[in-house]
Design a protein around this ligand. Structure first.
Ligand SMILES: Cc1ncc(COP(=O)(O)O)c(C=O)c1O
Length: 458
């Protein structure tokens, strides 16, 4: 494989993983209701379920854990966290939370009013749920190419300004509390937005007085794509690019469990003082005091150090190359994947992988379950199950993208592990016609993909 950026780290501690046989895995997936979220981690060989909280921390982060100031109030680690966010992102205020969705909850409750519309560059499950729980409606204003897995557009995370303008004309700017802008859009396949798009979005929002709130979960990976692909950014540091994104937005929610290279943590950041005061009042009700949110002092220290490691260019070059390596192997074998290869995961296109299974029989869910049985590799559905139901009609939302996400944890797996995953998918692709659809037999009300249960159709 040409031009692969090697691991910019060496391994100092290892965790054994277990290889099981097919018979064992058939039983395990049946017990898990054909939902990979319900498998026991011990029954998984290579865990590509998610990149969330599954990162390997550095020696510096572990050393920082020993410097945890566990005082109830005024922890020095909180000061480090605030200083790191101010330095790298440029936001003035930080409210710590235990993970991203807690920040989304606080932001949605404080900014979204019943009847409001929140336009965004494709939905994310928890983000949309909190907007809806606050009485708002989500409107997808991402460019059309994002819904086409075969489009090779380099910035499929871009917002379509015409769609946004139409939404403003329809409901009025006063009914739009903010634009929700996600970096490396997860549900689109880890696709970045461009700086040019963000600058145009900023201009449009300024005309209408609408704030932009960033979902910064994977914004460092987004910044690396900007550096690699967008004219004028090749010589800028990742930190400078992230800082520029921060300067063009009013604040962010952050799941530090991804780009910030920790196992738990998050925050809400903003420039507006009144918003900050209200968020501090709310965080004490749901998370903890405003100087720790839902985190221990040691967790905040790990996040503070992770913020700086996340903007190291060598780390990001290797990270994107790992994903590209896996994607290019699969593409070369003729396996249908989402193009271009994104940041944190390779997404299998289940519609083309399993054309004989209609969307009503949950093809991506069936494919993720079959991959586990084939190989012990755990992946995740990102299709009709994840999309849930329309809260007003109760109908299934039917996304165009019906995907299985092979998500690569940061600094955890080697190139040989990637080879094993690629070979498993390739083998499954050869005998794809044997895979059958599923019927859903249990469905929780919200975020059903986590706990829904299925049985195979005959
Ligand atoms: C884009 C995006 N936003 C928000 C979240 C929610 O963060 P958390 O899982 O930390 O609650 C996630 C988590 O997967 C995510 O990928």
């Amino acid at each position: 494989m040409p031009d692969l950026f090697p691991e910019p780290y060496r391994i100092k501690m290892v965790e054994p993983i277990r290889i099981t046989d097919r018979q064992y895995r058939c039983k395990a997936i049946a017990e898990a209701g054909f939902n990979t979220f319900l498998l026991r981690s011990e029954d998984v060989y290579i865990d590509f379920l998610t990149d969330s909280g599954t990162n390997a921390m550095s020696d510096s982060q572990w050393a920082g854990m020993m410097r945890g100031d566990e005082a109830y109030a005024g922890s020095v680690n909180f000061e480090h966290l605030v200083a790191a966010v101010q330095d790298v992102y440029g936001y003035r205020f930080v409210v710590p939370t235990h993970q991203g969705r807690a920040a989304e909850h606080i932001m949605s409750q404080l900014l979204v009013k019943p009847g409001d519309l929140v336009p965004g560059n494709m939905y994310f499950t928890t983000t949309k749920l909190h907007q809806e729980k606050a009485g708002g409606r989500f409107r997808d204003v991402i460019i059309d190419e994002a819904h086409d897995p075969q489009s090779s557009h380099e910035f499929k995370g871009n917002i379509c300004l015409d769609k946004l303008q139409a939404a403003i004309d329809e409901v009025g700017a006063e009914r739009i509390p903010y634009i929700s802008l996600e970096g490396c859009v997860n549900m689109a396949g880890g696709q970045p937005f461009s700086m040019a798009n963000l600058e145009s979005l900023r201009r449009l929002c300024d005309q209408h007085g609408i704030p932009i709130m960033l979902d910064a979960t994977r914004v460092c990976e987004n910044a690396m794509f900007i550096k690699l692909r967008e004219p004028g950014f090749a010589d800028r540091s990742i930190k400078a690019i992230v800082n520029m994104i921060g300067s063009l937005t009013e604040g962010c929610t952050m799941s530090a469990k991804k780009d910030h290279l920790v196992n738990i943590g998050g925050f809400l950041a903003m420039n507006d003082q009144e918003f900050h005061t209200r968020a501090m009042a709310m965080v004490v009700e749901y998370e903890g005091l405003h100087t720790y949110g839902g985190m221990a002092g040691r967790d905040m220290e790990a996040v503070a150090r992770g913020i700086y490691e996340a903007v190291q260019e060598n780390h990001l070059r290797h990270r994107l190359d790992q994903t590209r390596y896996l994607g290019e192997k699969l593409r070369a074998a003729g396996v249908p994947i989402v193009e271009p290869i994104g940041s944190h995961a390779v997404f299998l296109d289940a519609r083309r992988f399993l054309p004989h299974i209609p969307q009503s029989q949950f093809p991506a869910q069936a494919l993720a379950a079959a991959l586990y049985v084939e190989s012990g590799v755990r992946a995740m559905e990102r299709g009709i199950v994840s999309a849930g139901r329309n809260p007003r009609t109760g109908e299934h939302n039917k996304p165009k993208l019906e995907l299985v996400r092979l998500t690569i944890p940061r600094r955890v797996y080697t190139q040989t592990h990637l080879d094993v995953v690629a070979e498993a998918v390739e083998k499954l692709f050869v005998r794809r016609h044997d895979i059958k659809g599923l019927e859903m037999i249990y469905e929780p009300r919200h975020l059903r993909f986590f706990q829904a249960r299925f049985k195979p159709l005959q």
